[in-house]
Each structure stands twice: as structure tokens, then as C-alpha cells.
Design a protein around this ligand. Structure first.
Ligand code: ATP
Length: 314
């Protein structure tokens, strides 16, 4: 329909953005495939918003190119506007219009647009069509802001922290809605601070840090790329020797502590069966009784820690 021959909806090459002395983007290249949910993660100030604004055609990069839906947005930002959807913050909507009126107003800007009541139905807000945004709960406002980005039936939608500040139930609802947007054929790019959200929702994830993409893959691929993807916690009545623990094959990030339940060893290990056998053998050799041994697979949080060298809250 749009003469698209490629399955790449975004092709960014060498994006650099300086704000005075601040380098918000320091050479970002990435590709987003048609039909995926692509997550952008990173600490505050990593450059996520700047990258998204460049891709939306709102900000001109200092250097580099970005093709979005086959259009060079750095050359022709207007050409892509009617084909993308952008989620706004709830506070950006007209306070004195009803939900239905806002969607109808937005729709009137586009030659092709979805029916307001059908849109509201998609996010379980049809019965609130006559309400104003200020009378909605936080979760409802977020749902509305999602659907308001779909008015022009976009091929590509940008969601900015779609579940920020929501309780777990409302977050799960939102995830279902984001998946339904992808399943209806649109490509979704979202920023988030929540690791479990990226893991549950995103087909691929880019971790940004200091204006660069530090890692980009599927959540499972990112976790596999960790050298020691298992977190091991062993609790014993008497302590294991530190030399013995540090000598476990592939052991990394070893921490030893004393807690209310006994002596605790925490470490990262490359595989679950190997570390279980080696720890059990070490305890037997040293005459130490293990009272608990937990081995958990790594999560995106561990990837975040590796990429940024710090921990993320939330
Ligand atoms: P957050 O998670 O806090 O939203 P972010 O990853 O989206 O952060 P950006 O908002 O892209 O990060 O900011 C990257 C850097 O660029 C920051 O140092 C920020 O202060 C700076 N920056 C962003 N926009 C502007 C602007 N309009 N003028 C000056 N500096 C800016």
C-alpha cells in the first residue's frame, strides 16, 4: 500500500544528538522489524526519549540518518507523521472535551481514521465515552492515551513508559492492550523502566546507556549472552571456606554474608546443574550442612546491570 518492500520499519544509522555540551545520542544504530514489540530501556538520561523523538521526526539529529517506514525522517519528517502513532501524556489532552470528542477531534486531522467508539471499546472505555479525562483513574487514563495514539490506524506506534506508576493489575491490562496492538498488525516501539515489562512484552530489547545502545537482542538472547546467567544462593549452618567458594568452576560475583538463617553465599554461575553439584561436593568435603540451595535463572535486570554497571529501581 505504501510501496514498502522492506520488513524493516526503522533503520537508524549513526545517530548523534548534541544539546550544547550534552551528548544525548553518541552514535546509535538499530533496526526495528515489522510486527515486533521493540523495547528501549536505560537509566534516566540514557537518551531514550531523544532517540524516540528523532525517530518520530520531532528532533533533528546532529549527525546520522533514520529511515522510518521507508521515509528519511531527518529529511522529510512530515511525510511520516500520518503513518505513525505517538502516545502523549494524559495531561496533554483537552480537559473540557469528552473521551469521544478528543478521539473525534484527533481523527479529523487524518484522512484515514478509526471510529472513536470502536477505539474506546478496544481499551474497555466505551461506557466512559462521555467522561472527561480528569474523571478517569490512572490506569484508565493510560489506556486512553494508548488508544488515542491509534486514531490514524498507524503502522508504527510509539509508547512512552505506558505503564509508569500503575499498580500490577492495571499493568497486566496494559500489556494485553499493547500485545493486541501488535497482533492487529502494527509495529510497537516502547520505552520502559520496568525490566519485567520488557521481558514479558518485548520481542527485542535495546539497552541504552550514555547515548549508546549497549546491547540489543531478544530478552532470552540477552540473558544467554551473560557469562554467568544463574544466581545461586546457598545457606549453611556453618560457613563454607571463601577459597572453596571462589574456586567453584565459573563462579562470579561471589558474596558471603551471615544472616538470620545462617551463613549465606551468593554468586553467579554459568550453569545450574554444574554449580549445584560443585557446591554440594564442596559442602560435603568441608563437612558443612547446606540448609538451602536456590538457583535462579538471570533476568533482564542482570543484563541491565552489566550494560550500565548499576542497578535499576522498579
Ligand atoms: P529519562 O528516562 O529520564 O526520560 P532518557 O533516557 O529519555 O531519560 P533523554 O531525555 O533522551 O534521556 O536525555 C538524554 C540527555 O539529553 C540528558 O542529559 C538530557 O538532560 C539531555 N536533553 C534531552 N533533551 C534536551 C533538551 N531539549 N535540551 C537540552 N538537553 C536535553
Amino acid at each position: 500500500m505504501h510501496g514498502q518492500t522492506t520488513d524493516l520499519v526503522i533503520e537508524a544509522h549513526g545517530l548523534v544528538k548534541h544539546y550544547g555540551a550534552i551528548t544525548a545520542l553518541a552514535g546509535v544504530s538499530c533496526e526495528v522489524r515489522r510486527g515486533e514489540i521493540f523495547g528501549i530501556l536505560g537509566p534516566n538520561g540514557a537518551g531514550k526519549t531523544t532517540l524516540v523523538e528523532v525517530l518520530e521526526g520531532l528532533t533533528r539529529p546532529t549527525e546520522g540518518t533514520a529511515r522510518v517506514l521507508g521515509v528519511d525522517v531527518t529529511e522529510d519528517p512530515v511525510a511520516v507523521k500520518s503513518r505513525i502513532g505517538v502516545q502523549l501524556q494524559a495531561s496533554s489532552y483537552h480537559r473540557y472535551l469528552t473521551l469521544r470528542e478528543i478521539l473525534e477531534l484527533f481523527g479529523s486531522f487524518y484522512p484515514r481514521h478509526a471510529d472513536a467508539l470502536e477505539l474506546l471499546e478496544r481499551v474497555h472505555l466505551r461506557e466512559r465515552a462521555g467522561a472527561r479525562i480528569s474523571t478517569l483513574s490512572g490506569g484508565m487514563q493510560q489506556r486512553f492515551s494508548i488508544v488515542a495514539a491509534l486514531v490514524n490506524e498507524p503502522e508504527l506506534v510509539f509508547f512512552d513508559e505506558p505503564t509508569a506508576g500503575l499498580d500490577p493489575d492495571a499493568r497486566l491490562d496494559l500489556w494485553e492492550i499493547v500485545r493486541s496492538v501488535r497482533d492487529s498488525g502494527a509495529t510497537v516501539v516502547l520505552t520502559t523502566h520496568y525490566m519485567e515489562e520488557a521481558q514479558a512484552l518485548c520481542d527485542r530489547v535495546a539497552f541504552m546507556n550514555a547515548g549508546q545502545i549497549g546491547a540489543l537482542d531478544t530478552p532470552a538472547g540477552l540473558i544467554r549472552s551473560l557469562q554467568a546467567p544463574y544466581r545461586v544462593t546457598a545457606t549453611s549452618v556453618t560457613p563454607l571456606s571463601e577459597a572453596g567458594v571462589r574456586g567453584l568452576p565459573g563462579a562470579d560475583q561471589v558474596e558471603m554474608a551471615v544472616g538470620p538463617d545462617g551463613h549465606i553465599v551468593r554468586l553467579r554461575a554459568p550453569d545450574a546443574p554444574g554449580v549445584t553439584a560443585a557446591l554440594t561436593a564442596l559442602a560435603a568435603r568441608e563437612g558443612v550442612r547446606l540448609v538451602d540451595l536456590a538457583v535462579q535463572p538471570a533476568s533482564l535486570e542482570d543484563v541491565f546491570l552489566r550494560v550500565t554497571g548499576r542497578k535499576l529501581n522498579g
